[in-house]
Structure formats: C-alpha cells, structure tokens
Design a binder for this molecule. Structure first.
Ligand code: SF4
Ligand code: SF4
Length: 382
C-alpha cells in the first residue's frame, strides 16, 4: 500500500504551513528517516513563469520555505532547482526567482538557488518512450529530490500536479522539442510519466492551499482548497488531489496511462490525515474536460477530432507583442506578420497550448469549434 497524507492549512502564514508539513513528514515516519545529515536535497517547485505568488500559478514561497527549513533541520543541504518555461538562462532564472518570492526564501533560509545551466544524460530503463534523456545537472547530482508541485488545471493535459511538475527537469526550450515529438495527449502523457520515472523524487508534495481553476496552468483563477497533499508516490498524490477537486482520474491522460502501464493502482492507496470529503470545494472549474479527447487509433476518427479540436486565438486588444508565444511555439505556428502582429498558422498548430500557458497578458483564448460546442451543449442539456 502507498500512503498519501492530507493535511490542512487555512492560509500561507509561515508558522501554519510549517506545522502542516511537519505533521505530514511525521506521518511519513519522520524526515530523519528520509534525509541524512550532509545530503544534498534538490527541492523542485513549480516556477512556471515570473508570476506573483497570489496568482496561484507557481508553488507558494511559504510552502517552499517550510520544506527548506525541514530539510535543513534534518541536516540536509537545500538547493532550489527549476527550469521555467522559455529559454534556460541566468537573467530569466533571476527574474522568475524574484517575482515568485523564491529569492526571498533563499535569502531568509540560506538555501541555494540553482544557476548551474548544465544538463546530464540519464538512462531510463523503465521508460516507454524516453529510454534516455537529459535532465538539469543539479537534479542529477542531488542525493534526493523533493517535488513541490502546485495544484492547477491544465488546458492540454487537463490537470497539473506532482507527475507533471517534473517536466521542469528538462532544460528550457528543449521542452518545446518534447511537445513537438509527442504532440498528442497520449504520447505526451507517456513522456511526462517517463520523466517522472527517470527523476524519481523521494517525496512528492502538492500545494493545494490555493489552487488554480479555469484556464490553467497560468491564466486561471485562484481557488481556495486549504490543504497540502504528500506521498512518496506522485501518482497516488495526484489521485488524492484529483479526488479533492472532484475530477475522475480516468479523465486525466497521465493517470489513465499510468494505470494502463501498471504503475498506478488506485486500490493500493492508503489515505492518512484529513478526510477528503471535508476539504472538497463546492465546485472546481476544469475547462479541458470539455475539450478534445485523447488520440484515437482510427485514422478517420482522428481526422475528425483533429478538424474540430480547440485552438488558440490571439486577443489583439490584450496582446503587447512581447513575442513569448512565438518563442515557445514548438512547430513555429505562432509567428509575427509584417506589422509585428502575432498570427497563428492553424495548419501547423498542434494545439499544445504552450502559447496560452506562457502568455503573460492572458491574451490567448482557447476557442472551441462551433460544431463541438453544439455537441457539448446537446450532451450537457439532454
Ligand atoms: S505571449 Fe501573449 S502578449 Fe506576448 S505576443 Fe504572444 S499573445 Fe501577445
Ligand atoms: S500556436 Fe500555440 S497551441 Fe498552436 S502549436 Fe503553437 S504553441 Fe501550440
């Protein structure tokens, strides 16, 4: 059986988050069983982009702070490691650390902030797709990794939590290459699972105190849930978080495929701590549940689904022409026209929604096809 521990914290006050996480580690058998003095512990938050903590797009600094303190108390050396979206360079890392409040965490705790841009090749025997891959060197060098994810919706993968967070082990724009090579939900889910299996975080934590609903992972709306989830197994941790927000795990490609691959079994989970029923919000908006389905083996069905799949649309009144969408678009479908206005070539677009994810101005909307909208209307109103 795999334990998942759920504990509440009504806000991000540091003392409250610290006692919440202390209890979680006690329920895991004590942090000293996991971390030995002198161990180098890589803490991997979700620092998707330079957003303020209250936007709920990134792991809250109080949660990272509390984890760092616990690691240090056990004698470990804490280093905070992340590859945000966009190019992997020092100016971008500095900007992201500063805006997300993580720089202040490092100042206050003495934790190291990673600026080492090297990567290391790793063999991944349990992989389905990525038998070898390159991950950030400080993750490779660490004695153990603590994965500190954020509970969010995700327009492409439905949900973003513990498994998805380890995608940030891949350096900068190499991530767009993964999107390009594995452009449908099923193969991208396999890719995320393979990255998680390669990096093997020893502890997985999800910051669900204030989650993100709606147009996640960056343009959604903060939603209070008031709890933190933790497990040694990221799938079990995600399963608990999905239960809390009322999403059937089989609707989430990563979970469905992990079950198919035999690496996740919901019947092997033992819930400890707070009862999930107590923390469930009245509603939680997950727009991707109404978007496209996973790829089909049948070419005709795949063709039709492809024809009517949701696509990004630039809201030119909001767009500041920063070019971030052009930078991250894997197949180069988003470009500038002769007037520097952003345009999308829908023949090239693979609906990965990286542009939507990284647009700092919420200037990209996901438009659903009229026929699909009509069919959904019929489905939900019949
Ligand atoms: S990322 Fe957003 S604001 Fe920047 S150019 Fe693209 S659409 Fe415009
Ligand atoms: S335009 Fe946006 S959704 Fe389409 S391929 Fe580029 S990044 Fe992905």
């Amino acid at each position: 059986m795999m334990d998942v521990i759920i504990n509440t914290s009504e806000n991000y006050r540091l003392d409250r988050v610290e006692s919440c996480l202390e209890k979680i580690f006690d329920d895991m058998g004590g942090i000293e069983k996991i971390i030995k003095p002198g161990m180098r512990v890589a803490i991997k938050p979700n620092l998707l982009m330079a957003k303020k903590p209250e936007d709920a797009a990134t792991t809250h600094p109080s949660v990272v702070h509390a984890v760092v303190k616990l690691v240090q108390k056990a004698g470990g050396i804490a280093v905070i490691v992340e590859s945000p979206g966009g190019p992997y360079n020092i100016p971008l890392l500095k900007m992201v650390y500063s805006k997300t409040g993580i720089e202040q965490v490092a100042d206050e705790t003495g934790a190291e902030l990673n600026y080492d841009l090297r990567v290391e090749k790793l063999n991944n025997p349990d992989a389905e797709y990525l038998k070898s891959l390159k991950i950030l060197k400080p993750l490779y060098d660490a004695d153990l990794i603590i994965n500190v994810a954020k509970l969010k919706t995700h327009r492409f993968m439905v949900y973003s939590g513990a498994v998805k967070n380890m995608f940030g082990s891949i350096a900068g724009l190499e991530k767009t290459d993964y999107h390009l090579r594995m452009s449908d939900q099923e193969s991208f889910a396999n890719c995320l699972i393979d990255i998680y299996l390669a990096t093997k975080p020893r502890v997985n934590i999800i910051d669900g105190i204030i989650a993100m609903e709606g147009d996640g992972p960056s343009a959604g709306v903060p939603k209070y849930i008031g709890c933190i989830f933790a497990s040694r197994d990221a799938f079990a941790c995600d399963y608990a978080a999905l239960n809390a927000i009322g999403v059937d795990y089989r609707k989430v490609p990563v979970m469905r495929i992990a079950e198919k691959r035999g690496i996740f079994n919901k019947d092997n989970i033992n819930f400890l701590g707070v009862d999930l029923e107590i923390i469930k919000p009245d509603s939680f908006d997950v727009p991707a549940l109404h978007d496209k389905k996973t790829g089909s083996r049948f070419a005709a069905i795949r063709f039709i689904r492809n024809k009517f799949r949701p696509q990004p649309e630039i809201l030119h009144d909001k767009c500041v022409r920063c070019g971030k969408c052009v930078e991250v678009c894997p197949p180069k479908a988003a470009t500038r026209d002769k007037d520097k206005q952003i345009v999308i070539d829908y023949k090239k677009c693979i609906s990965c929604f990286c542009c939507h994810e990284f647009c700092p101005e919420k200037a990209i909307k996901i438009k659903r096809n009229t026929l699909r909208r009509f069919l959904e209307y019929r489905r939900f109103n019949s």
